[in-house]
Design a protein around this ligand. Structure first.
Ligand SMILES: O=c1ccn([C@@H]2O[C@H](COP(=O)(O)O)[C@@H](O)[C@H]2O)c(=O)[nH]1
Length: 235
């Protein structure tokens, strides 16, 4: 996989997403992330439209349910022709295997199934939240590694984690696995709700396979130039 910068289209209206794409220019057929907000508003038709236009879509719906439900949901999502989808690793190995099977079962003949990425600990979770609210006695890195090991054994193609954990993950799990990292901020950006953050350059140095960037681009006065800065730093 090319070292992609996924732009998170975190909008509640297609017009806003289209407006951003127009500002970014059509020469760069980019990697886009569609999350719950836009999907719940616009459904699958907008996803299909972007796929047809040549965009690589990361459909981030973070499935987390019983294996049978996740199998059936993944089977539906596979029909959209997206590049990857997400599930929560905390759903367990049976659920992850069901998602993988659903993707294979739902992919139209002659096409590749979407990649399956397992969210480890959300990048909005701090060490304190992990310890005090999730009652987890492991360090953040150990917990992320443990979830990633489960995900890999169950057939996931990669994980979502913060850039801060990638080096440890690669040492234990290897480099034939995708490490996709949100929580990306340029030096002058606000962290907002993100707790485990890094710059695109740090993400690159830690070994991230791809990064996911929302607000630093979507709230910028000149999104196209910020996107180019981020791409340059990461590549
Ligand atoms: O652990 C996770 C998993 C997914 N995300 C998603 O990435 C983007 C990040 O947006 P920013 O505005 O750059 O913070 C967003 O769509 C999240 O749903 C994540 O941040 N952390």
């Amino acid at each position: 996989m090319e070292k992609a910068v996924f732009i998170a289209l975190d909008y509640d209206r297609e017009e806003d997403a289209q407006n951003l794409l127009m500002k970014l220019g059509s020469a760069d057929k980019t990697y886009l992330k569609i999350g719950m907000e836009l999907f719940y508003h616009s459904g699958s038709h907008f996803v299909k439209q972007l796929v047809e236009q040549g965009y690589h879509i990361f459909l981030d719906l973070k499935l987390h349910d019983i294996p049978n439900t996740v199998y059936r949901a993944a089977k539906q999502l596979a029909q959209l022709g997206v590049f990857c989808i997400t599930i929560h690793a905390l759903g367990g190995s049976e659920m992850i295997m069901a998602a993988k099977k659903g993707l294979v079962a739902g992919t139209p003949k002659g096409m590749k199934p979407p990649k399956l990425l397992a969210v480890t600990e959300l990048t909005s979770i701090s060490d304190a939240i992990l310890r005090n609210e999730q009652n987890c006695s492991l360090s953040m890195t150990k917990q992320v590694v443990s979830l990633a090991q489960t995900a890999k054994k169950a057939g996931a193609d990669g994980v979502i984690c913060s850039p801060l954990e990638v080096t440890s993950l690669q040492k234990i799990i290897g480099t034939d696995f995708l490490y996709v990292t949100p929580g990306i901020r340029l030096a002058n950006n606000q962290n907002g709700d993100q707790k485990r953050v890094a710059t695109p350059k740090q993400a690159k140095d830690y070994g991230a396979s791809a990064i996911v960037v929302g607000r630093p681009i979507t709230t910028a006065t000149d999104p196209a130039s910020v996107y180019q800065i981020i791409k340059k730093e990461f590549n």
